[in-house]
Design a protein around this ligand. Sequence first.
Ligand code: PEP
Ligand code: MG
Length: 749
Amino acid sequence: MPERTESESRKLLRRLRDTLATTGGGQDRLDRITHLIADSMGTEVCSIYLFRDTDTLELCATEGLKAEAVHKTRMKLGEGLVGRVARSGLPVNTANAPQEKGFRYMPETGEELYSSFLGVPIQRVGEKLGVLVVQSRTAREFSEDEVYALEVVAMVLAEMTELGVFASDSDGMRALHKQSVMIRGGTGQEGAAEGRVWLHEPRVVVTNPVADDPLTEIERIRAAVGKLRVSVDDLLSAESLDKDQKAVLEAYRMFANSRGWLKRMEDDIARGLSAEAAVEKEQSATRARLEQVPDAYLRERLHDLDDLSNRLLRILTGQGTDTGATMPENPILVARNIGPAELLDYGRKLKGVVLEEGSVGSHAAIVARALAIPLVIHADRIVTEALNGDPILVDGDQGIVHLRPEETVARAFRDKIAMQAAAQQRYASLRGLSAQSKCGTVTALMMNAGLMADLPSLEGSGAEGVGLFRTELQFLVRNKMPQRAELAALYARVMDAAKGKRVAFRTLDIGSDKVLPYMKPQDEPNPAMGWRAIRVGLDKPGVLRMQLQALIRASKGRPLTVMFPFITELSEFTTARAQVLHELEREKALGHTIPARVEIGAMLETPSLAYAPRAFFELTDFVSIGGNDLKQFFFAADRENERVRRRYDTLNVSFLNFLSQIIARCAETGTPLSFCGEDAGRPIEALAFAALGLRALSMRPASIGPVKALLRRVDLGEARAVIDRAIAEGAETVRPALMAWLADQPEQP
Ligand code: PEP
Ligand code: MG
């Protein structure tokens, strides 16, 4: 980099900074900046285009183009050369702009006079803010140095835009992070909430993009990179890393040690940027480049580099995750992703959670479900868009987020929340009543749980017991294997809180999507059909035995219900059951009080178990249908895969016929049967199950009210007749027939 250009560049940045420090409105500052840049770069034109909304750019200031065009000339993302720069995040440098592919002639600007064009993006860590353009009459390509200098200037403008320096009341220049944004993601957990954004990892704010002394800044960046390297090495030396974590950290190490990375940041500093701004400039540039890459692996690396740059920024600015901000009332947690333990730490304080990544079966989703807080996943760009304290509406039913909503949207949303609250009140009035249908049949409604935090819902929801206690959550939220005494104490507290109501403890269901952070992960092509749940429990019985012992001790003589997940054939059940009997003998011999009564049941989650020998149904004390897994295997549709998971209706006749067979087999042997998958909590599905003959359903506590209200309104015999008729008529799903019939049923007074 020639010294002359560097010092010129520094001079320009300093002039820029001084201009920005002066008082005056946002427009005034922009005007002076375009003048300054054109003057310094020796070009006739300098223009600044900023995003008016996510898709439209607007000419906000210009030196050289016609003044009348300011705030009039607009283009869509991708349209014309300016739109191309904005879309790609990469510079466009051409000697003959009108000849360039995609050039769009804008007569109101008078730009036909200018031949050469250089446009660079104004962007800040993945956030597209606008485009900075210089143009001149002489047909020439701008030199590499000039491109570089303009990029550095654009970086400073990006930081300034972020700080709101150009915000003004004028129509075209609303400050960033002020507009309403609607983001369509996916449903992680149903429910609606209104609150304020609480960023799990608040963004680093760079207040000093321009620095006077490059030597000091270079020392700072070298020291920070040194610290970063040590911290990555420390992370890598941790013993408990699995293969994937190691691979990520190896990539971190590679980036952290990359000479090119440090060299580019040092060059940026030589041009007048501060160390922080240099990190951000490289972060933005790499992002823009990698975003063009369709390869998923490379995109993952983009995230790695992002994380690393954020760490470097935090080292440089000393801004930790704890920025001293106080959590707002009704906090809605916004994060790229979050671990189950961290989410649990926030606990019920949160009104909702919005994640940029996440999946339906992720641990965070499991915890959000247990905490009964609405969760939206795959909310693209939410971390970039949201600022701490921003008003936000989370619609977990539709998987939609409204950030900084317009008042009309907020009002409609509040109506929805109020309607839901009113419905909850109606349901609360049913709390003491049973789910007795008009025909006199009573369906037992129970709740699913997995955390101590769930237990208060037992009383509030009117559930008759806990039909499924997912014990793996206690294992997932820790960073080491819990001890037997710890588990025994916890299970005892669960039983205490249940006050004699039945709690069906499901033994550990790990593997598949639920990987314990401290257990060696298995590299399996199809983990849902792999080494999971009871398969792990039987092959490596140490943990299962410890868990059974903890349950027996926790019971302190009270009745105990144990349920094994993912039983696929009779012998698995007999072996698991024998293990319980063995532990009971052992505990008794050790002098512990054993439970007054022990029920040992199996979850039916694979079609094979429905066709097991009669001996299975005779031996098991009860069967609980794990509909989430059963359905995915019945329809061969991955419950984690957004593309297919909703493809097949639970009320599909094939599935209902299959359920009827299970019901019949249990009836033959008098084996109690329940259903504990998510579908049990959906009123229409619950009605169909009850009509088919299921007498016990276990669901999220919040679903008990709606399901009970519906079951009480109807005659199950009539519902059964509707289902039978639809089947006889050859329907694929009985849903339309059931819905049409329901519409004619009187509301319960
Ligand atoms: C199920 O599969 O329906 C079930 C209740 O278990 P989980 O969702 O925990 O796999
Ligand atoms: Mg399951």
